[in-house]
Design a protein around this ligand. Structure first.
Ligand SMILES: [Zn+2]
Length: 384
């Protein structure tokens, strides 16, 4: 909230510096060692680069194709980025500062643009999205879309890893066959993974001649409701929830006989596609109405609020997509080199592509979990 809401730019700058310096010394060394080890391994196996090795059997087929893809998309996006940046700069100038947009301005003025130009009142919007209502609506939509039935499973819940975790059994509506089970671990707590994700716990497959049902968990960090305070979600949270639950369904609906091909064990540059397509439901008025009602009055979202949100869908899309291209280009740059100075590479690409330099002294690469979490040379999959 500080980066989006705080009017004092020096406070945002302090937070931006601290945030993107997290684990800088420790993780930069680890990441840079990983890069040179990955390169050595690729060369030993006869590849020019780690990216060439990784992409060979992905949809993209080669590191050069990935680079061309990112370059072409970047060129096409450039005019949109320019107009987005000009809009943010105009807002900044109206605040009496006509210097370029910096890393600590980006989120603040993006939010301001949505609210000023598109009149999206995120605070008012949230009042209609209590977690409880969103969950009921989301599960109903998925059941209807996929012809499935979800039933709470108290027995599974009693053996889950935390009392807050919910568990469901999934059955096929037509055949009544059991499809699998899923868990939902929705609230933050000390020591818990901080991002939203889906974890496969047991893959679908044939095992000793018998069908093994899949089990997966959706892990998010939404506030926990209390008696006096409901847990209200922003629209972006609803999208995240829908996205992660899409991965859960991708796991659950698997019919692969071999576990190595089960569910989300697809090529990495395809794995985000189903969830990204399913996210589109979060921009359909009918779906939004089914997932919402005012937490006090039970009223549906007023039409003007809904219209403003839908109209803002493409706000900042030049900047947001160029940021993904920058991160994907960073990933390709470090994984097509024998060794890399990660902070300098990120700085160069951010200035060149985003036209927003990184804050001196930071290295966001040190907390770019995808680089050590299985997306190395494959972050482009989010755009592919
Ligand atoms: Zn995802």
């Amino acid at each position: 909230p500080v980066m989006e809401r705080c009017r004092v730019s020096s406070t945002r700058a302090k937070l931006e510096l601290a945030f993107n310096s997290r684990c800088k010394d420790e993780n930069t060394a680890i990441l840079e060692e990983l890069i040179s080890l990955r390169h050595k391994k690729a060369v030993l196996m006869g590849y020019e680069t780690h990216s060439a090795f990784v992409t060979e059997d992905r949809m993209s087929k080669s590191d050069r194709k990935v680079k061309n893809f990112l370059d072409e998309l970047g060129t096409k996006l450039k005019p949109l980025l320019d107009s987005d940046l000009a809009a943010l700069r105009a807002l900044k100038a109206a605040d009496g500062d006509d210097s370029p947009i910096t890393a600590c301005d980006r989120s603040y003025y993006q939010k301001k643009l949505e609210e000023d130009r598109f009149q999206v009142d995120h605070e008012a919007f949230k009042q209609y999205f209590p977690l409880q209502t969103v969950t009921v609506g989301l599960l109903a939509i998925y059941q209807e879309l996929l012809g499935l039935r979800f039933t709470r499973n108290p027995e599974l819940e009693s053996t889950a890893w935390h009392p807050d975790v919910l568990a469901y059994t999934v059955t096929d509506v037509q055949t009544d066959d059991m499809v699998g089970c899923f868990y939902m671990d929705m609230h933050p707590r000390e020591g818990k993974y901080g991002h939203a994700a889906c974890f496969g716990l047991q893959p679908a497959c044939v095992r000793s001649g018998k069908w093994q049902v899949p089990v997966a968990a959706a892990v998010c960090n939404f506030p926990k409701p209390t008696a006096s305070k409901p847990a209200l979600l922003e629209h972006s949270d609803v999208e995240t929830f829908f996205h992660e639950f899409g991965h859960v369904m991708h796991q659950l609906c698997s019919k692969a006989e071999l576990s190595m091909f089960a569910g989300t064990a697809v090529e990495r540059d395809f794995v985000e596609a189903p969830s990204q397509m399913l996210e589109n439901w979060c921009w359909q008025p009918e779906a939004l109405l089914r997932m919402s009602s005012h937490h006090q009055t039970g009223e549906p979202i007023p039409q003007p609020l809904l219209d403003a949100l839908l109209a803002s869908r493409n706000a900042n899309s030049g900047i947001l997509n160029m940021r993904q291209i920058t991160l994907a280009s960073f990933d390709q740059a470090i994984h097509t080199s024998a060794a890399a100075d990660t902070a300098a590479t990120l700085e160069r690409l951010s200035s060149e592509l985003m036209q927003i330099p990184t804050t001196p002294g930071t290295n966001m690469g040190a907390t770019f979990g995808h680089m050590g979490g299985g997306y190395d040379a494959q972050y482009y999959g989010y755009m592919w």
